[in-house]
Design a protein around this ligand. Sequence first.
Ligand SMILES: CC(C)(COP(=O)(O)OP(=O)(O)OC[C@H]1O[C@@H](n2cnc3c(N)ncnc32)[C@H](O)[C@@H]1OP(=O)(O)O)[C@@H](O)C(=O)NCCC(=O)NCCS
Length: 182
Amino acid sequence: MILDKIIVDEEVFLSPVQQGDEDALVEHLQDKEIHDNTCVIPFPHTYQHAQEWIETVQKRIKERGITLDWAIRISEEKLIGCISFHGHNLSCMEVVKHTDEIGYWLARPYRGKGITTKVVKKVCEIGFEQLGLVRIEAPVFAFNDASLKVLEKVGFQLEGIQRKCYFKNGKFIDGKMYALVK
Ligand SMILES: CC(C)(COP(=O)(O)OP(=O)(O)OC[C@H]1O[C@@H](n2cnc3c(N)ncnc32)[C@H](O)[C@@H]1OP(=O)(O)O)[C@@H](O)C(=O)NCCC(=O)NCCS
């Protein structure tokens, strides 16, 4: 199972992050808000960071035999964002094999058009129907109102506040744990 092209709507589709995406990654990830709202995306984002991310994705595909890191694309294959399952369900722990976690970002010019809401909804359908998931988690920095809104629109429920769960940019940040269950 590769899951290498997922149609979201007539304009938007998902496919693996791949060679050729470097320039788009470097361009979009100069937006510091993406770094500030996520755990591991480097800033400033260099060509080498982009290459390393593409290599990581391609290595994961080989190891897992499945794509769980997609580029969000519009016409002519243009990358405008990314969404991943983090692969927790591939962990060796039997008790959590039915769960996974999602993470995503969308380039600033494309925001506010409902694209991420549609993409998250689609990826969750794939998770439940094709990956055997029963629970999908989305841990979010508590201040990230746009992301909370996306999750609520898809049907995720707030399960709790994770006090001082993260330390980033020199300060502790509360988390909000959202989850969608089948
Ligand atoms: C979060 C993010 C992916 C949302 O992408 P998007 O495609 O603009 O999302 P959508 O258009 O589907 O929905 C966004 C919703 O949030 C609302 N919103 C946007 N900014 C907001 C803000 N600052 N406060 C409250 N609501 C906000 C929008 O109005 C919209 O709701 P509506 O449809 O009811 O009007 C995008 O802002 C982003 O990439 N941010 C930086 C990285 C990030 O935060 N990633 C998520 C980490 S958990």
